[in-house]
Design a binder for this molecule. Sequence first.
Ligand SMILES: Nc1nc2c(c(=O)[nH]1)N[C@H]1C(S)=C(S)[C@@H](COP(=O)(O)OP(=O)(O)OC[C@H]3O[C@@H](n4cnc5c(N)ncnc54)[C@H](O)[C@@H]3O)O[C@H]1N2
Ligand code: MOO
Length: 393
Amino acid sequence: MINVIEAIKILKDNIKTQTEFLDVSLLNSEGYVLAKDLYSEINVPEFPKSAMDGYAVNYKDLENTRKFKVIDEIYAGQFKDIEYKPNTAIRVMTGSFIPKGYNCVVKQEDTDYGVEYVSINKKEKEYSNYCHIGEDIKKGDLILKAGTIISTIHLGVFASLGLNMIKVVKPLSVSLISTGSELLYPGEKLENGKIYCSTLFTINSYLKKFNIKVNNIKIVKDNLFDISESVEKASQESDIIITTGGVSVGKYDLIPELYNKISNNILFKKVAMKPGTPVSAALINDSIIISLSGNPFAALANFQVLFWPIASKYYNSEEFNNIEHEKIVKKGYLKPSKLQRYVRARYYNEYVELEDIHSSSVISNLLNCNCLIVQKPDTEIKEGDKVKVIYLP
Ligand SMILES: Nc1nc2c(c(=O)[nH]1)N[C@H]1C(S)=C(S)[C@@H](COP(=O)(O)OP(=O)(O)OC[C@H]3O[C@@H](n4cnc5c(N)ncnc54)[C@H](O)[C@@H]3O)O[C@H]1N2
Ligand code: MOO
């Protein structure tokens, strides 16, 4: 049985980095991945501007006089080509352009608010209340690197650079298929022996956060013909097919048969991880199929550990990789496990607390969790131990 690192390498080796890009509107760009390094083509601001409502003067003049002739007025948004004259002031507002020769702004509270002449009762330093050209962003600055996942604060920076279209990597496309004759769609009437399919909805939600294109979300009964047909169709439209269930050794666990029937290359069957040991992967046409365990927590652990590294290679972005953060166990105990184990937990500051129930069929206690502890093989977890955790997105 291969380990997690080997499984990740195999998956990464079988997905190409996407070189096709799309232009998306600024408003819709959140969650996409920036395609190219972004350099600023402008200074922000492009002109020296006032940080206060007040009077622009030359600070040296404040050494000679406190009374200034107000020669003009500039509002925010206006441009006036005014020539500097000694001992004069210009009435300015916050955000107003400041003409050459005027190198500080006295805020109005430090004056008598004069209209024709203004008396200033404070000696300001050079460039006080004065925003330089490019104070925020300088023309030519590297703003963001390719591979950045676009999030809220990036949108404000794009907007301040005047960008209304953003070049992003063409998103991964994924098909989601849950196999199992016991599965119902939420909303259907519950019957004896049946359960509602949950996993597809969690995975779909994770994918949507990054605008990954989900081509279909489907439950398929335990029937080799139906599963093959769905997977064949999915392979025509998706880079990745994620299935759940049917990977184990039961009579109706049909994924191994599916692989034998339609795969052009089986990548692995089983990974040394717990839960979700039976997770398998193969190539079908030009797509990768990853078949996660049916048990909902096992499926989520498989997905978290194995899917994001594929996204990282596809998008050429380190940001998708699972980063292991060190935490101190504040509460909980787990005996050693032979296989590397992923344990649901909740971190806060430098601490992490374990949940009491670890069953791979239970997901409701994930409501209290925000990370997975990576329990190394043959090591116990006890209070005070330092452990590595992966944050859940
Ligand atoms: N004799 C053995 N039995 C099992 C073994 C084994 O080694 N020998 N391995 C166990 C382990 S570990 C796991 S994990 C599961 C994996 O089984 P499958 O991937 O074949 O999953 P299913 O049997 O289809 O389902 C397991 C469980 O999860 C429920 N389920 C399935 N899909 C969904 C879904 N989309 N949403 C919610 N719940 C789902 C399903 O009803 C079952 O209860 O096999 C063990 N068995
Ligand atoms: O791998 Mo299974 O999820 O332990 O039950």
